[in-house]
Write a protein that binds this ligand. Structure first.
Ligand code: PMV
Length: 331
């Protein structure tokens, strides 16, 4: 029996400027550019082994056999790697998250980043970070932002660049130590979300607000990039809340309507705004789920955690600093 095996670790990322909607669904070319930070404390670790003794791929996630839809998506991604490496050997994939998957904590980003890096190494491919990011994007758009480290900009490339796979991938704009921001996640629900982002992207265009959101994103992206480079928290706070609300306005008004918020989601948002008015440096952002990501400088994070835990409906908090990119680890 011949085996080729590799293990990779990847962190999810929280988008500060959101990706929502694709201009090409098959290639996962986004409607707009986005910007995120990797989350060091949250991680997916994935081992991929190509095994000549297998006659079907086997996919295990968090110690259980993957659901049919997750398995199908993983196998489609393995097929991309097999095509690049000109092999057809079946694989065993074992993946573990140290955080709850499918609750707006971006498990698909770290999942497909780790899968890409491990599968390419196991298949004997030596790809650049840019090429790994581009390939991860095909599995889950936001996964391309978990391949490079720190603060990452994913360039949509613009429709005039053509719907080509080549140009759209994540690039680091600042390393993790550039600015010690924290994400204090208010977990208000740990159950699996009803509508995932893949379906959400497909209906984004049914909202009358999507075109306006996409058209106004470059200005917010530039403000956000400048705020990060200048470590300007008040400017960052304004722009990330505005951008998250623009995405949720699209979600709520798409057909069918996606309303991810719970009462506790709104309670945390209102509290964050009140604390900021009182002088505490903190701002919220929310992905495709009910949990609220409270972004703050490291020095405010202990107080932010304490205050959030006191809000009715918050199950617990998870706090993370800024993380590195995806990497191979010894097995
Ligand atoms: O990569 P996907 O298909 O899981 O989409 C991610 C969508 C959001 O998390 C809501 C926004 C983002 O930019 O990460």
């Amino acid at each position: 029996m011949q085996t080729q095996k590799a293990t990779a670790i990847a962190h999810p990322n929280i988008a500060l400027i959101k990706y929502w909607g694709n201009r090409d669904e098959a290639l996962r070319l986004p409607a707009n550019s986005s910007l995120s930070m990797n989350l060091a404390a949250l991680a997916t670790t994935t081992t991929v082994e190509f095994r000549s003794d297998l006659n079907a791929d086997s996919v295990t996630i968090d110690d259980a056999e993957a659901t049919a839809s997750a398995r199908e998506r993983v196998i489609a991604h393995l097929d991309r790697v097999r095509a690049l490496a000109s092999i057809n050997t079946k694989t065993s994939v074992i993946s573990r998250n140290n955080f709850p998957a499918g609750t707006g904590l971006a498990s698909s980003a770290s999942a497909f980043a780790a899968l890409t890096v491990a599968a390419c190494a196991a298949a004997g491919l030596q790809l650049s970070t840019d090429a790994l990011s581009r390939l991860a994007r095909r599995g889950s758009g936001s996964a391309c932002r978990s391949v490079p480290g720190g603060y990452v900009l994913w360039d949509a490339c613009g429709a005039d660049a053509g719907d080509e796979d080549d140009c759209s991938f994540g690039r680091t704009i600042a390393s993790p130590d550039h600015w010690d921001l924290r994400d204090v996640i208010a977990v208000v629900e740990s159950a699996h979300k009803a509508t995932g982002s893949t379906e959400g992207h497909m209906i984004a265009g049914t909202s009358p607000f999507q075109a306006a959101r996409v058209a106004s994103t470059p200005e917010r992206l530039e403000r956000c990039r400048a705020a990060i480079l200048a470590r300007d928290f008040p400017a960052l706070a304004d722009v990330i809340e505005q951008d998250a609300l623009a995405m949720h306005a699209v979600m709520m008004t798409s057909v069918p309507s996606l309303l991810y918020w719970r009462p506790a989601t709104l309670a945390v948002m209102q509290a964050v705004r009140a604390w900021r008015t009182d002088g505490l440096a903190v701002a919220f952002t929310i992905d495709a789920g009910p949990n609220v990501h409270c972004i703050c400088p490291a020095e405010s994070s202990a107080q932010v955690e304490r205050l959030i835990r006191a809000i009715h409906g918050v199950e617990r908090t998870l706090t993370s600093g800024v993380g590195q990119g995806s990497r191979l680890i010894p097995w």
